[in-house]
Structure formats: C-alpha cells, structure tokens
Design a protein around this ligand. Structure first.
Ligand SMILES: NC(=O)c1ccc[n+]([C@@H]2O[C@H](COP(=O)([O-])OP(=O)(O)OC[C@H]3O[C@@H](n4cnc5c(N)ncnc54)[C@H](O)[C@@H]3O)[C@@H](O)[C@H]2O)c1
Length: 453
C-alpha cells in the first residue's frame, strides 16, 4: 500500500489519458476525447451513477448549467423513482445498470456524478478518474481513509476537476459564517463543538435479521452489493437509503453529517488532518453503527486558532447538544439548534446552525452593518463551470480529503471507545494502535477490488 503525502499539488487543468486500466482490463478512449479543447461555448458531457435519491437532485443541479449535456445514466434499479425518472427527463442519454459498462463505453463522457451509497464512491470514482473523467462525488468522499487518500491522489495525478457534494458549503449561511471568522469577528478560535442531535430513521444497533426476501424485479442486487461481501437481500434494510446504518455500506451518523456540519469549521479555521482523537460510544454491534457517539479531536493550530492546537468535539445522539458551560458567551436562554457548531473565540462565540444563518455572541459586539452576509453560489454548476475552465471548485478533493479523513477517523475511534488514537496523516498511520490501524482500509469482494492509483 503506497503511503503518500497529505497535500498533493492540485490543479484544475484537464489531462487526457490514452489508456486506463479497470480491474485489469485496458480501456481505450476514442480520439475525440483527447483532442477536445474547452472554449467559451464548450459542452461538458456528463454521466450520472446513482440517479435516484440524492442523485436525482445532483443530476438536476449539475444539468442546470448551460454547458452540461447529460449523455449517460446508470442505476442498479430501473424503477420509476430511480433510473426511470432520470431516463424520462433525459431521453437521449444512454442507460446502464452497471457502472463498469458505462465506463467501458465512456469515450463521449467528460465528467461523472457519483451519487451511490458511500461504499461505492471510491471504486467508481477511481476507475472514472483513471479514464480522465472529472468527478462530482457525494459526501463522504469515500468509505475508508485509504480510499479517501486515493481519491486525492488520483485527482492530482490526472489533474481533474473535482467537487465533493457538501453543497451547504456554498449556501449563504455557511459562507457568511466562514467570512465572519476570517474577518476576525470572534478573534482567534479557542475550541469548537459540533453536534447532530437528530433522530435517524435508518437502522442502528441491530443484529442482521436472518433469512432473505425476494429481490424486486427492478433491482440488480448483485450490482448494488458491488465491492462489498455478498449477503441476502432484505426488504427495507439496505436499498434504498437504509444502507447508512450498516458498517459494510455506510458511515453512521458521523459519516452522514460530519462532512456537512464540520465543513464551515474546516473552511473557517483552515484545518487539515487531526493528530489525535478519542471517542466515547457504547460497544458496537458487529454490523451496524451506534446510536450515539462523542469524538474528541485535536488538530494542529492554524493562523485562525488561539493556540498551537485546536480541540474539536463531535456529539451525536438523539437530542445531543454540547455542554453549555463550554460555549463561551452564549446566554443560557438561547436555544441551540438541533445540529450545528459553536466556535468559541477570544472575543465572542459563533453559532453555525445546520442550516440557518450564523449567530454571533455577545449580540451587541457588532452592529448589523458590521456583519455583512456573503451570497450563496451554486455548488453544482460551480463544478460544471470549472470543468470547462471557468473558475474553481471549493470542495475539491484536496479540501474534501482531510475533511472526510477526519470524519472517517472518528468512525474508527467509535470502534475503540475511550482509547486515544494518534494519527500520522503523512504516513496514513494510527501510530499507537495496531488494531485500529487495520480499519484504515478493508477487504473487497473478489473480482471487485478497486483500481488503486
Ligand atoms: N449532500 C447531501 O445533502 C446528501 C443528502 C442525501 C444523501 N447524500 C449522499 O448521497 C449518496 C446517496 O444517498 P441516498 O440517500 O440518495 O441513497 P439511496 O439509496 O436513496 O439512493 C442511491 C441511488 O443510487 C442507486 N445505486 C445504488 N448503488 C448503485 C450502483 N452501484 N450503481 C448505480 N446506481 C446505484 C440506487 O438505486 C439509488 O437510485 C450517499 O453517499 C449519501 O451520503 C448526500
């Protein structure tokens, strides 16, 4: 396993690969692909993998750009709410059930949207990147820390335009919060508390039920399982949506929300990978994620932090909130949002609700005129525009990588409650815990091993 630096050079320039290899098969691109040079009137030909669920709004969001032409649609479920709806909207696009087939025939595709369940993000994206495709990928970027680093390395190696879909980053609420920190409204930041107090509907803390159910005729269950070990189909347990609660497919509540809620903290404080973390959580069931966890991270300090290190604590549980006494100058009668972050600064405290405009305390520190807001930008078309050479993405994989790495390290911490894990980001090593280190990567189904960079 190659271990590389955390910060490969990034670039938005497009490079073309003459050949790439997916699982040992050489795939050639047609001549049109190499000679394509983007100009002001260029079209970006995209394919979407995972067209139901969030994938539907990803597709609509990216296709809203006038530069985009939808040429490929792939979903393992051809029922109306999955492939069907997208196929009806884009009747000219070729349709696929198997993303490997789509990539095999991808000479006319410039960029790929990956909106599948978490465990398939990296296998699909890595294969596509090795064919020179720009990538718009759902959060969290990947399912393991090693996959995350591979995604970063592939984007840098093939010089691709990338964007993770933590789209709230581009909303006025998060952009304004980041601006207020950057312009010193709360001074240097001393500590951060982030939480998700919602009640997920997906399964947690349960054993795998016995038996199997008939696979619906619209679903290609073998293709859905992809790189994961095979198991029997069960109605309502995995596909769609409920895969989140299963360790083999999802990343639990921290993985589901961490890349959103911690994002403005990362942007505001310019955080990179943590150096240590300790989780508090009940013992995990063998296959599902927990229903509550607290993860205490320590990061190297930055120009935005008060000290040489920064402590960030994540809390998730139904009704979870950080301890009031830790939140600096926030009045006791202020009702904290159900999810969000508090940044405790030297001059004041900033509440960043998920998702609403930020709130600064003490309230009389600034006049409204001194607290300008920053407009939203479009996270989806930003990627399409950047692919044709206009502007840059803000959640490119060099940014989204360390953010997702932090989130996924937290999910490893949850496996080893009350045990400090020391992290060396450069060598991709949990240096003090051999058992935890094993979770940096995972086993893949035979014949489905990702094409590593
Ligand atoms: N950014 C956000 O606000 C946000 C919101 C919801 C979900 N998400 C993310 O979006 C992704 C999808 O989540 P969801 O809730 O839509 O899940 P889902 O299960 O509801 O939908 C996934 C879609 O992908 C299809 N699919 C599954 N495996 C596939 C494969 N191998 N190839 C092609 N198609 C496949 C499914 O049939 C379905 O249409 C996840 O990574 C999730 O974390 C992000």
């Amino acid at each position: 396993m190659p271990l590389r630096s955390n910060s490969p050079p990034r670039s938005n320039r497009r490079s073309f690969l003459r050949t790439a290899t997916i699982a040992g098969t050489a795939i050639s691109l047609n001549a049109a692909s190499y000679s394509r040079v983007y100009g002001a009137n260029s079209r970006l030909r995209i394919a979407s993998v995972g067209t139901g669920g969030k994938g539907w709004s990803d597709l609509i969001g990216v296709a809203a750009s006038p530069v985009v032409q939808v040429v490929g649609l792939c979903d393992i479920d051809d029922s109306a709410e999955h492939l069907g709806r997208a196929a009806e909207k884009y009747p000219e696009a070729k349709r696929y059930a198997d993303w490997r087939q789509l990539l095999d025939q991808s000479g006319d595709i410039d960029g790929v949207l990956v909106s599948t369940p978490d465990f398939m993000h990296a296998p699909i994206s890595l294969a596509a990147m090795q064919l020179g495709k720009h990538i718009f990928c759902q959060k969290p970027l990947a399912h393991t820390v090693y996959e995350v680093r591979q995604m970063q390395e592939a984007a840098a190696k093939y010089q691709l335009v990338t964007q993770m879909c933590n789209q709230i980053q581009s909303h006025t609420a998060y952009r304004t919060a980041v601006d207020w920190v950057h312009t010193g409204k709360i001074g240097k930041v001393k500590e951060v508390h982030s939480w998700q107090g919602g009640s997920p509907s997906w399964p947690r803390n349960i054993p795998r039920p016995p038996g199997s159910d008939p696979v619906p005729p619209s679903v290609r269950w073998d293709l859905w399982q992809g790189v994961a070990a095979e198991r029997p189909y069960k109605t309502g347990l995995y596909h769609p949506f409920n895969w989140r609660g299963w360790q083999a497919y999802g990343t639990g509540q921290l993985g589901d929300f961490g890349c959103h809620i911690m994002d403005p903290v990362f942007k505001a404080l310019r955080l990179t990978s943590p150096t240590r973390l300790t989780a508090e959580a009940p013992p995990l069931m063998p296959e599902t994620w927990t229903d509550r966890a607290t993860v205490r991270y320590e990061f190297p300090g930055t120009d935005m932090t008060a000290g040489s290190t920064l402590k960030l604590t994540w809390y998730d549980a139904v009704g979870a909130r950080p301890p009031r006494e830790k939140l600096g100058q926030i009045p006791a009668d202020y009702e904290l949002p159900g999810a969000g972050s508090v940044l405790v600064g030297e001059k004041g405290s900033l509440v960043i609700p998920h998702v609403a405009m930020p709130k600064l305390f003490p309230e009389d520190l600034y006049t409204a005129a001194e607290l300008p807001t920053v407009d939203s930008v479009d996270h989806y078309t930003q990627w399409a525009d950047a692919c044709v050479g206009n502007g840059e993405t803000t959640s490119h994989f060099d940014y989204a990588g360390p953010l997702t790495e932090t989130v996924l390290l937290g999910t490893i911490g949850i496996r080893f409650p009350m045990q400090e894990l020391q992290w060396d980001a450069k060598s991709l090593e949990i240096t003090n815990h051999a058992d935890a280190q094993k979770w940096i990567t995972k086993k893949y189904r035979k014949g489905w091993e990702p094409a590593w960079v």
